[in-house]
Ligand binder design. Structure first.
Ligand SMILES: N[C@@H](CCC[C@H](N)C(=O)O)C(=O)O
Length: 282
């Protein structure tokens, strides 16, 4: 049977996903479709696929699939875009939305301009150091791993924002050959679940330049959880305070690590690119 699936292409700081409202268009094999639809020349072209659904614990749910079909537990940029999608398409009139994700319920605070969402603050929860054991109950001391790749030594801080990140600070980000080193670190034997990799350079007070190699999607223009992990790692290693602007290839995010709640708050824009439809043979 052939079905027509309506989707919306959206981006947050250039990190672009295909969004499908599964209450209208159920999707059975998202892993496979994410690979096919994300392909730049033969598909729609994106960093992955995001499914919006119902939840018995929260207002809505999110599932996120990378371009290689793997499912992630959390996505910062997609959570902001979902806030915009839900409000702008009239699926909710709330400006505070509870979003059910595989890494727990996240709170989205929508900021409006002319009756539409133009930016969103997401409460990303408490960061943790080990990718697998994040339970949202407490922060642990972060570990700095010495890592050797092709005879080159790196020191990286691992931070979990619901998904795993390795943050490496460098003196000059222009010297980093991301397409070469990114996949080697993503698949390093230290990280059996693979890892998202951020290279970061401190530019000045509260300003961090970051480039990302995402697990399952490769180089992307931005990563929301990666920006949070970078700001947390910068604070923990004495490189920044609790408020940072993380500047990525596709845009910037403001990150605040709140001292009282220990929650990380991420603020940034969310942008619709276009609506489309695609045929699906079930
Ligand atoms: N781009 C995202 C993160 C997407 C998932 C990641 N690649 C993973 O596998 O953990 C973001 O904005 O946070």
């Amino acid at each position: 049977m052939t079905r027509t699936i309506k989707f919306t292409k959206m981006h947050g700081a250039g990190n672009d996903y295909i969004y499908v409202d599964t209450t209208r268009f159920p999707i059975e094999h998202p892993e496979e479709l994410s690979k096919i639809w994300s392909a730049p020349h033969t598909g729609i072209g994106s960093d992955g696929l995001v499914l919006i659904g119902t939840s018995d614990k929260a207002d809505f749910s999110m599932r996120i699939f990378n371009a290689d079909g793997s499912e992630a537990r959390m996505c910062g940029n997609a959570s902001r875009c979902i806030g915009k999608y839900l409000f702008d398409y009239g699926l909710t009139s709330k400006t505070k939305i509870m979003l059910d994700t595989l890494s727990g319920i996240k709170v989205l605070n929508l900021h409006l301009a002319d009756g539409k969402v133009n930016s969103v603050t997401v409460d990303m929860g408490i960061p943790a150091d080990e990718p697998a054991d994040y339970d949202g109950k407490g922060a642990k001391p972060m570990k700095e791993h010495p890592i050797e790749v092709d005879g080159e030594r790196y020191a990286g801080t691992t931070v979990s924002m619901g998904n795993p990140h390795l943050v490496i600070f460098v003196n000059d980000i222009e010297d980093v050959d991301l397409p070469v080193i990114g996949p080697k670190l993503e698949n390093h034997s230290l990280f059996p679940e693979r890892i998202n990799v951020e290279f970061a350079q401190i530019l000045g007070e509260g300003k961090i330049r970051m480039r990302v190699w995402e697990r399952g999607s490769g180089i992307t223009q931005a990563c929301g959880t990666g920006a949070c992990a970078t700001a947390v790692a910068a604070f923990l290693t004495g490189r920044a305070g609790r408020d940072s602007t993380v500047i990525m290839d596709g845009g910037s995010l403001n990150i605040r690590w709140d001292i009282a709640t220990r929650h990380v708050l991420m603020t940034g824009e969310a942008t619709k690119v276009f609506d489309g439809e695609i045929e699906l043979i079930d």
